[in-house]
Design a protein around this ligand. Structure first.
Ligand SMILES: [Fe+2]
Length: 369
């Protein structure tokens, strides 16, 4: 902790303009391990979308804080999360999205679990044709559940089970999405970007400041900086742009928008009048993350395929523009010249600073780890 406090001295020195987080927060395995135990364990972390598990028996493996988990659509239609590991030899059970029917079966020795995680079969564990034995209680060797919550189309996990109830945790975000009739939310497409070679926090920081939009997205958007403002509201950080006249043409973005996040990794963009995008950001280590974008309409529309193609192309290009920036920001942090963590605009990047302060508060909290 002493070393960490020393690393954070510049961040905390009260300078104006403020410094960003030190490079170690983005590069160091020690800092990443700390995040795994705090930021990514204490909070509600987005791990997937409910529409990707449509039928009972659908399973999707995910990783949170280096923990392999599996999302399961149960017989009763609910979605649950379990640690993705067999009680027998601790092998991961599910390696890719699929439908398992009624049982999750370990391929190693055929131990099998129902969709509620109960251990149903442990063949020949006590000898040939002896599946049970004294001292071995099947009811105590089911899958270990992880606390999960489905809000609208999005699945969240709280690894340590100690976060406040999701609706309270996400209250600021939920109230800022007021006015959306979620029963009319329609998934129209998914962009899978695979691995992005950056630290996950740089993706979040990039999203919640409006400063770069005019420069990085000059050809894909038309949203003047002067119309933007930042949002710092509890666990909801982001920015917004209010345009008096909607001048959007297909192939560019020139509409009033809300760019909102739910700390630590959930991103939702709302584009008036009727579009929404959600990013799935999965941190994999200090130097890698995975990203997907889910595209939605909010008024139940069925768009013609050509319009969906146009939106997919637009958003692919916007994300790629951002990926170049965040990959280069990550590489830049290896320079000795980055030691002070750079500088943050008090106007356009106060939201970034708020995100970084939340990270610091979490990783330095004294909780015995
Ligand atoms: Fe951007």
């Amino acid at each position: 902790m002493g070393k960490l406090n020393k690393t954070l001295a510049r961040f905390r020195d009260g300078a104006h303009p403020a410094h960003g987080l030190p490079p170690a927060a983005y590069l160091s395995k020690v800092f990443w391990k700390k995040e795994c135990k705090t930021v990514l364990a204490d909070n509600w972390v987005c791990v997937g979308a409910a529409h990707e598990l449509t039928a009972p028996g659908d399973v999707v493996p995910v990783t949170v804080a280096e923990q392999p988990l599996v999302l399961v659509r149960k017989q009763d239609g609910e979605i649950a999360a379990f640690h993705n590991v067999c009680s027998h030899r601790c092998m991961t059970l599910v390696e890719e999205p699929k439908n398992v029917g009624k049982l999750i079966r370990c391929p190693y020795h055929a131990w099998s679990y129902d969709l509620d995680g109960n251990l149903k079969a442990s063949p020949h564990f006590g000898g040939t044709d002896t599946h049970e034995m004294d001292g071995f209680d099947k009811t105590k060797n089911g899958l270990v559940p992880a606390r999960s919550h489905v809000w609208q189309d999005w699945i969240f996990v709280n690894l340590n089970g100690n976060a406040i109830a999701f609706e309270d945790y996400a209250g600021a975000l939920i109230s800022r999405l007021d006015g959306i009739d979620f029963s009319k939310l329609t998934h129209i497409g998914t962009l899978d970007f695979g691995v992005v070679e950056t630290n996950w926090k740089l993706i979040m920081e990039n999203f919640i400041e409006p400063y770069h939009v005019q420069f990085v997205h000059a050809s894909t958007t038309d949203q003047p900086l002067s119309d933007h403002y930042t949002i710092v509201d509890g666990n909801c950080l982001g920015s917004a742009v209010d345009l008096s006249e909607e001048t959007g043409t297909s192939g560019s973005l020139a509409v009033s928008s809300r760019y909102l996040t739910l700390y630590p990794n959930f991103i939702v963009g709302r584009y008036f009048p009727d579009q929404m995008g959600v990013y799935l950001n999965i941190p994999l280590g200090p130097d890698r993350m995975m990203q997907k974008r889910y595209l939605y309409t909010t008024e139940d529309q069925t768009l013609p395929p050509s319009e969906i193609d146009g939106l997919m192309k637009l958003w692919w290009d916007v994300h790629k523009e951002d990926h170049e920036m965040v990959e280069r920001m990550w590489r830049g942090r290896r320079s000795v010249a980055a030691a002070d963590g750079g500088l943050l605009s008090p106007v356009w990047e106060d939201s970034v600073r708020a995100f970084q302060e939340k990270i610091v508060a979490d990783v330095t909290a004294t909780k015995g780890n």
